[in-house]
Design a protein around this ligand. Structure first.
Ligand code: SAH
Length: 363
């Protein structure tokens, strides 16, 4: 690809319609091209037969569809897939597919590395290089969907598709790459692309408060907050962005996010770290913190990685913690550890990152 070529994968429907207008074409060409790429899986402009021959030639000369390169695939004993994808300059990211009986969930990355340095996360230990482009975010979904279709893996609830749900829980902080993430989410939800409902796309954040407030005005998606601690003192240690956006601000943003929308409930993720945040007193403090917010809690047993200093809470401690929350009528699910034999579990994605630099700029 030459530098002057436009990568159409970076454009959402609106951008694409504007692009075709500049070519003197009708804006509905945008939906036709999106269908070819994302629904049919065709990337050769010459095969996009409802476009005129001259337009196809022009697209071939002036544009490209540049995807990340799939360089490695690992399959866990439990059926979880992990792909290593190469981007430019020898940067690599990871994408994970988690098949379940009633759904197929793709966990995608939003940045090369992460600048937030949560103390229990492998990605945070890798440093940060840059934000992913729209094409690199949506390209993960495209590559995964095409690869799984070739392997004839389809979702039970939608026999034409392998992937029914997307979670932005891979490498990086999605809300620190706001504009590109929003455009990619819109493509995921676009009926000419993947047609996923807002409930099936989850954006997980460590708590970039101004971006949470902006998100609601830009797109609809499930929001997950990586909470991990019920008080500022502990959260400052585990999730250092808390020093910038402490719990009172974060909880206010959550209240505001669900306000006036009866369908909306926030998922709070809580990594279970042995004797750090897993006592009954922590559970009770958590209940107090979340009072009044429509919430679901996901307890994530800590997944160790090379060099990590924490330990996973005991099954008894996790059960006791869960019981306290459930007795207070807060829906609480202990997340099953999937793909840990291939280092594909939560917080284990490391990729390979060149030119790490810190810090990053928040919107
Ligand atoms: N930056 C975003 C999304 C990435 S991580 C966020 O913080 O939400 C997805 C989830 O995995 C987060 O809740 C994160 O805190 C959690 N996580 C990170 N490292 C983990 C580990 N080693 N074990 C279990 N969960 C982990």
């Amino acid at each position: 690809m030459t530098k002057r070529m436009i990568n159409l994968l970076n454009l959402d429907q609106e951008d694409l319609a504007a692009f075709f207008t500049t070519l003197g074409e009708k804006s509905f060409r945008a939906t036709q091209v999106l269908q070819w790429i994302h629904q049919v899986g065709i990337t050769d402009f010459d095969k996009m037969t409802n476009l005129s021959k001259s337009l196809r030639q022009r697209l071939q000369l002036e544009t490209c569809l540049a995807f990340p390169t799939l360089v490695n695939q690992q399959i866990s004993q439990d059926g979880t897939y992990k792909w290593l994808l190469q981007l430019d300059n020898n940067n690599y990211i990871e994408t994970v597919f988690i098949p379940e009986d009633d759904r197929g969930t793709l966990c995608i990355s939003s940045q090369i590395g992460c600048a937030l340095e949560c103390s229990f996360c492998a990605t945070g230990k890798q440093g940060f290089n840059r934000n992913l482009t729209v094409g690199e975010i949506i390209g993960q979904l495209w590559l995964a969907e095409q690869t799984l279709r070739q392997e004839e893996i389809f979702c039970q609830t939608n026999p034409n598709r392998a992937i029914s749900n997307v979670v932005l829980m891979g490498m990086g902080e999605p809300l620190a790459n706001f504009n590109n993430v929003v455009k990619a989410v819109k493509l995921m939800q676009n009926d000419f692309c993947y047609g996923l409902s807002w409930r099936r796309v989850t954006i997980s954040t460590a708590g970039i408060v101004p971006a949470i407030s902006r998100l609601k005005t830009q797109c609809s998606a499930n929001l997950a907050i990586s909470l991990h601690a019920p008080n500022d003192e502990l959260r400052n240690q585990l999730v250092p962005i808390n020093k910038k956006y402490p719990l009172n601000q974060l909880m206010a943003a959550c209240r505001d996010y669900v306000n006036h929308d009866a369908r909306c409930r926030i998922t709070f993720e809580y990594v279970m770290l042995k004797e750090v945040n897993d006592t009954p007193a922590h559970a009770r403090a958590l209940l107090k913190l979340l009072r009044g917010i429509p919430a679901k809690i996901n307890l994530i047993p800590f997944n160790p990685f090379a060099g990590s200093t924490y330990q996973r809470s005991t099954p008894e401690a996790i059960e006791q913690f869960r019981d306290i929350l459930m007795q207070a009528d807060v829906l609480t699910v202990t997340r099953k550890t999937r793909g840990d034999d291939i280092d594909a579990a939560c917080g284990q994605l490391a990729g390979k990152i060149q030119n790490r630099r810190q810090p990053m700029i928040f919107i």
